[in-house]
Write a protein that binds this ligand. Structure first.
Ligand code: NAG
Ligand code: NAG
Length: 388
C-alpha cells in the first residue's frame, strides 16, 4: 500500500502557504485591508486604556492634561499635553487645575509636538518613555495626539486625514499661545511621514517651527515595502520581488504613499534624522537616503549614467567618473562625521546656515531609539533646547 510520502506532503504544505501568501497580497490591494495593515489603528494597546488617568501609565500627578482637539473636517482627536518637568517642578504644589497652566507653559518652554508610529495609542509604554525623556532631559512640554481612528479619537485614518490631524494639533498649540519657533516637530516611524507632511505644509506658508526630528523614518511606503519585515521576521515583499507582477500590483494599488523623500525639497529649517543600526523594522538605509536628499541642493548635480553606457567613449566615461568623484569630494567637505565611541556616529552639515544632522546609533532598535540619552542630547543640541 503506498503511504503518503514526505515530498507530496511538503508540496501540499508549500502549495497552501503559497496560496495564503498570494491571498494576503491580493488583500493588500483592497483599500480596507491595506489601510488596516499600514495604520494598524485597530490594535488599541494598551487595551481599555483610560486616557483621563495618565498617572496610571507612569506620568506624575497632574503633569499631563487629557484633551480633545477638533480637526477642520470635524474629527475629534484624543491628546495629551505633558508639562515640562522644569515648569512642573517650579510650581509650589501639584497643580489643582493644570489645564489653566498650558498657556504659561507654552510661553516659557519649548514644546515637542509628537507624532507616534503605527499601531497602539498615545498611552503605549514605549511612547510614555518618550514623553518622560522629552519633558525631563529636554525640559520641553510634550503634545501627543492620537490620529483619527486611534485611541479615543473618532474616524478612520487616511493619509490626508492624519495630515489634517497634525495641522489641527499645530493650530491648537498656536491658539493656546505657543510661538511657531518654540515648537519642535518630532515624529517616530509612520509619524515621520506625518511630520514631513506637516513640515512641508508649514514651509509652504512661510511658517517656521523650531525644526523637525525624524526618528526611525522611512523614505516612502513603496520603498519601505521593498524592505519592511512584519515584526522583523516575515519579509513581506521579498518573495514578491520574484513575482514582478505581484509587486507591481500592490505598489500600483498603494493608497497611502507617505513620500517623505519627495517632500524633502519643500521642508525648510533645521532637521535631525536618527536611526539605529539594529532597527529590524525599518533599515537605516532609509535614513541615509533621506539625509542624502537633504544634502542634495548643496552638491554638484548627480551625473546620470546614460542608457547607452556600453557604447560610451573613453572621454565620456572619464567625465562621468570625474563628476561622481567631485560630488563625493564636495559631500565629504560639507559633512562632518564624528564617531562617538559605543554610541554611534553623528553626521552634520551646516551648509548655508542650515543644520541637517543624521544620528546613526548602534542601539535603540526601532521603538526605543528616541529614548537613548545620546539621541535626546543630539536633539537638544541641534534645536537649541539646552541654551535657555
Ligand atoms: C460636526 O460634528 C458635530 C457633532 O460632533 C455636528 O453637530 C456637526 O453638524 C458636524 N459638522 C460638520 C460640518 O460635519
Ligand atoms: C488634579 O487636577 C484635577 C482637575 O484636573 C483636580 O480635581 C485635582 O484636585 C488635582 N489634584 C491635585 C492633587 O491637586
Amino acid at each position: 500500500m503506498p503511504s503518503q510520502g514526505f515530498l507530496p506532503t511538503a508540496r501540499k504544505v508549500f502549495t497552501v502557504l503559497g496560496g495564503l501568501y498570494v491571498g494576503a497580497v491580493v488583500l493588500l490591494t483592497i483599500p480596507y485591508f491595506q489601510t488596516h495593515t499600514l495604520f494598524l489603528h485597530a490594535v488599541k494597546i494598551p487595551f481599555f486604556a483610560n486616557y483621563d488617568m495618565p498617572e496610571r501609565y507612569g506620568l506624575a500627578p497632574n503633569k499631563t492634561i487629557n484633551l480633545k482637539v477638533q480637526t477642520v473636517d470635524n474629527e475629534t482627536l484624543g491628546a495629551w499635553f505633558v508639562l515640562s518637568d522644569s515648569f512642573y517642578h517650579s510650581l509650589p504644589t501639584i497643580p489643582s487645575q493644570p489645564v489653566d497652566l498650558i498657556p504659561t507653559a507654552l510661553k516659557t518652554h519649548p514644546t515637542i509636538l509628537f507624532f507616534h508610529g503605527n499601531a497602539a495609542t498615545r498611552a503605549l509604554n514605549a511612547r510614555i518613555q518618550h514623553y518622560t525623556a522629552f519633558s525631563s532631559r529636554l525640559s520641553a512640554n510634550v503634545f501627543a495626539i492620537d490620529y483619527r481612528g486611534y485611541g479615543d479619537s473618532t474616524g478612520a485614518p487616511t493619509q490626508p486625514g492624519v495630515a489634517r490631524d497634525a495641522r489641527a494639533a499645530w493650530n491648537w498649540l498656536i491658539k493656546n499661545g505657543a510661538a511657531a519657533d518654540d515648537i519642535l516637530i518630532v515624529g517616530h516611524s509612520l509619524g515621520t511621514g506625518v511630520s514631513a507632511l506637516l513640515a512641508a505644509e508649514l514651509s509652504d506658508e512661510d511658517i517656521s517651527p523650531r525644526g523637525v526630528a525624524l526618528l526611525s523614518p522611512f523614505s516612502s511606503i513603496s520603498k519601505l515595502l521593498e524592505t519592511y519585515s512584519i515584526l522583523g521576521v516575515v519579509p513581506l515583499m521579498k518573495p514578491l520581488a520574484m513575482i514582478p507582477w505581484a509587486a507591481k500590483l500592490v505598489l500600483r494599488r498603494l493608497i497611502h504613499t507617505f513620500e517623505t523623500d519627495t517632500l524633502v525639497p519643500r521642508i525648510k529649517g533645521p532637521v535631525l534624522i536618527a536611526h539605529a543600526e539594529n532597527d529590524w523594522d525599518i533599515p537605516y538605509s532609509h535614513s541615509e537616503a533621506l539625509f542624502d536628499a537633504f544634502l542634495d541642493p548643496f552638491l554638484p548635480l548627480n551625473p546620470e549614467l546614460p542608457a547607452n553606457a556600453a557604447s560610451l567613449s573613453q572621454e565620456e566615461w572619464s567625465t562621468f567618473i570625474d563628476q561622481l568623484a567631485n560630488r563625493k569630494e564636495v559631500r565629504e567637505k560639507i559633512v562632518t562625521s564624528v564617531e562617538l565611541r559605543n554610541f554611534g556616529t553623528v553626521h552634520e552639515c551646516t551648509e548655508s546656515g542650515r543644520k541637517v544632522v543624521f544620528v546613526q546609533t548602534l542601539a535603540g532598535g526601532h521603538d526605543y531609539l528616541g529614548v537613548q540619552e545620546g539621541v535626546q542630547d543630539a536633539i537638544g543640541r541641534t534645536f537649541g533646547l539646552f541654551s535657555r
